[in-house]
Every structure is written in structure tokens, then in C-alpha cells.
Design a protein around this ligand. Sequence first.
Ligand SMILES: [Zn+2]
Length: 300
Amino acid sequence: MPELPEVETVARQLEPELEGHRIESLEVLDQRWSRPIPPQAMGSAVGGRTIEGLGRRGKYLLLSLDGGQTLVMHLRMTGNLVLVEGEDVLDPSEGRRLYEAERSASARHLRARFTLDDGRELWFTDPRRFGEAFLIDDADLEARFAGRVGVEPLSPEFTAEALGAMAAGRTAPLKSFLLDQSGVAGVGNIYADEALYRARLHPLSPAGSMKLEHLQALRDAIVVALEKGIDHGGSSIDDYRDGRGEKGTMQNEFLVHTREGRPCPSCGGEIVRIVVGGRSTYFCPSCQVKLRKRPRRRKR
Ligand SMILES: [Zn+2]
């Protein structure tokens, strides 16, 4: 499931390819993708517009269009946004060049197809069909995200103090706290595990139990884990492919995520898997400290 580093990778790769190009047409092949807007209406609203940029907010892709509107896309579980050039078609599910027969197989998962002014196509493919898109006035964008998409962890606003304000009074386990998009935007299951390991914090610690030293460690760990993910072009555990249809390599760099039973890179002990809030969670029971809700009173 794409998280901040995966979405950021797609945006950084595709923005220079798309910027300044006119969208000749948008064909919506799955009404779920644009609902409640009918495919035809979405097509005519976006067709003919010029792309001014491709950005990211949380796990959302923001395709800026002329006329002061943005097409907001979310990849959800298995969505991919891939640039396809003429006959040089990449299979988004395999990261390899397609032969004629395979092209139709990949097209089965095609949900929306943008045709650009130079003949290239941008494909939104999505086997599980949870991905979605909506068109919004730029002026309404922040209001739309308010309360749902929190602070950007790679922005200067993301400080230990800001993290402390979010965590104050929260009894939710740290793992669940990090997955809540209204707090820290863009962190998902993978990077939450990696960040908590780097910060040496147990995933079941109550969020509100962090002291300033823990907040500082977690803030720094989140930034390092996300930047490492971006440096490696994201993680391709399942369906994720980048804007060119290629796999990321971050899955080869995981410290704990998906590494159940393997040695902790720090102490050599076994990495353990538990389930927190329905999500697989990997950590080192020796290195990651479980914080108490209230600090124990010290004995004299
Ligand atoms: Zn360890």
C-alpha cells in the first residue's frame, strides 16, 4: 500500500514529464474511480486542460490544472499512476515492457487513461479498485484536507513540540497514533514500524506517555525513515510501481518491517510480529522500550 515515500516518488518522477502538457482527453473506464462524478462528466471537465504541476499532500497526488483546479488522486491499496510512451508500454504490475497480448491483460486493471498532447498516455491502473479521484477548486483544497490530513512530516512545521501537542492525552498505542492521517500525514504501516524501531519505542506504548526525549527521537526517526524510502524509490512489497512502472528497492532495506524471526540489526535478537489495530506490526522486544502511561514514582 503506497505511503508518503511511494507517492512522493511518483510525483517527483512524473512532474517534469507532465508539466506544461495539455491533456487531450481523460477516459474514465471505471465509474468507481471518479464517483459520484459520472465518468463522462469527469472526462469533459479535465480534457483540454494544461497540467501545471504534480504534487503530494499526505498520500494524495495533486495534479494541478490551469483554470485554478486540482485533480486529487489517491492510490489506496493497489493503485499505480504510470506514464506510457507510444509502443514502449510498461506493465505496471510487473515493471517490464509489454508485448501485445500482455498489454490487454494490463488494460484489464486500467481505471483511467489520460492522453497527452504529444501522444503519451498516463495510466491509472488498480486491480482492487479502491483508488479514487476528485476535482476541486485550488481555493478549497486546504479546507478539504483540514482535520483529515495532518502535518507534513518533511516540512519545517513537523517538530518534537508539534508531535507532543498531537500526542498529549492520547492513550492509543504509538503504532495506531502514527497511522492516523489527521496527525502525521503520509505515514503508513511500513514506515511506522521502521520509525518506531529507529526511535527505540515499543509500538504498544501509549502515545501520550512520550517525554520530550522520546518525541525528539520519534520526530527524527520518522523523517529519516521516510527520506530513506524516497531515496530508494519506495517499497514494492505488493503492487506498488513507480511512475515508470518499475519497482522500488526500499523493501530490501527494511530494519524490522516484514522481518519476523530474523535478527535485529542492533542486538541480534529476534524480530517479533504482533497485530495492532488489525495491522501487522514488527519490532524488536529488546531494543524498543515500552513506555508506561504514567511514570512510576521513584523509591527513595
Ligand atoms: Zn534489538
